[in-house]
Write a protein that binds this ligand. Sequence first.
Ligand SMILES: Cc1cc2nc3c(=O)[nH]c(=O)nc-3n(C[C@H](O)[C@H](O)[C@H](O)COP(=O)(O)OP(=O)(O)OC[C@H]3O[C@@H](n4cnc5c(N)ncnc54)[C@H](O)[C@@H]3O)c2cc1C
Length: 494
Amino acid sequence: MSGPDPLRIVIVGAGVSGSGVAAGLVRAGAAGGFSAAVDLVDPRPSLGAGLTYAPGGDPRHRVNVPSVRMVAATGRTGEEGAEEDFHRWCLERGVLEADPAGWSEGLHYPARSAFGRYLDERLRSLFAAPGPVLVTHRRDRAVAAHRRGTSHGTGFVVEMAGGTATEADALVLCTGNPPPELPGVLAALGGHPRVVADPWAAGALDGVARDDRVLIVGTGLTMGDVVATLLGRGHRGPLTALSRHGLVPRPRPAQATSWTDFTADPPTRVGDLLRRVRAAVAAARRAGRPWTDVLESLRLQNGALWSALPFDERRRFQRHLRVWWDVHRFQAAPQVARLVEAAQADGRLAVLAGRLVAASAGEGASGGDGLWVVHWPRGGDGPVGRSYDALVNCTGAGHGASFGRNALLAGLAAQGLIRPDRLGLGIEVDGRGRALDAAGLPVPGLFVVGPPTRGSLGEVVGASEIVPHALAVAEALTDRRRRVGNAALVSWRS
Ligand SMILES: Cc1cc2nc3c(=O)[nH]c(=O)nc-3n(C[C@H](O)[C@H](O)[C@H](O)COP(=O)(O)OP(=O)(O)OC[C@H]3O[C@@H](n4cnc5c(N)ncnc54)[C@H](O)[C@@H]3O)c2cc1C
């Protein structure tokens, strides 16, 4: 007797998240009892790299985790030693010898583009191997999806920008970090030729001239990338970086070992969490251990801690603690942290704390073709206006606008099939990654993986947090199918 028809799954986005789900499905197929035809939809040419690890990206942009600890789902996940697979690949391909500057305290921080090449190579060979799960990379953009009956129950029809449409029993949204949005106060500068609204776009900084006076808005990891690119190209003009607190990411320590368990009795108030973290840091210091060990515990336990916080406390965290969390959690590769520090020390980069107040095209009252930007220094007693030749927006992912700017997400939201989480960070999901509809009920067969889930699940942002999430969603897709065959999609509601 033949088995049920293969499940048809459409995964939108082939970055770490989407390719991770596909790799999990292939692995499940190899284990037996599961077959599927998977369309992995992404206009980008490479697999796995997504926005972050584009193989052609600037080699000065480094992974912020050493090569031995960069994880990915490539079909090898779970095998012994798989966690060092990227490092071994770097050794085999001569990446480490070719990039001596990548070493720091015996660890190597390769270019993000190297991680992209690694992912592409591993995933291509995984998906090319014959097996019951067939993955096809469709280089297209998904622009719409709606519900429709399929041979496995209720499913979706997904429409592509190229004009084709695909039926799917299950749809997995892995659309990643939405491109940065200009802050409201800079809106008048949108479209100005000297304003880089999205520094993650390929070639975004090509229009910045060597002697330009550059204002970088935001002082996080993307600021580090921008400074690395500009200085690496021989930039001579003054660089100014501005954010409300003027905090720059901490350098990644060589070693961090989780040391504290906050989850046994997780705090339900942000104030209690902060007190416990401070107490743990003090206890760590007394025991001769660095604060980064406590941070490592928070990183590993953040999902459980986030889910224990009621909505108002999550909002409080966003308002008051997020900025502190980000600079401690999203640490810079040591090379980038040192570069930023050295540039500050020798006067090439000034990092300011303050609030943007106004911006316009032209050199203040005198006009001209520069940019006039006014900020209010933190703790200062009045606004300060300065002129610049170029502005680079490094405020991070534009979560607030993610629905509006992605036609697929906007359309799903308009149909009530997905909704923004209450913090406006992405798409609301339940604990199993299932999208919640307008009424707050899980939509059968509709999953979300990666950064868009952070408002619901906590920090699913770094590769090491995304991979387990992607594999868990793959497992949810295969598990149900194995147990209930053709009734699978109906039972996903339970
Ligand atoms: C600049 C930057 C640097 C980072 N550095 C690190 C690091 O060093 N280490 C680390 O662990 N994490 C890092 N991160 C975190 C990063 O979020 C994750 O590591 C991971 O790359 C996210 O993968 P993703 O697949 O969810 O998203 P993305 O990489 O954003 O990929 C999403 C993909 O979805 C596609 N897509 C979106 N909408 C559609 C559509 N409608 N149709 C078809 N395709 C679509 C896009 O083309 C894109 O390729 C960094 C993030 C950024 C932004």
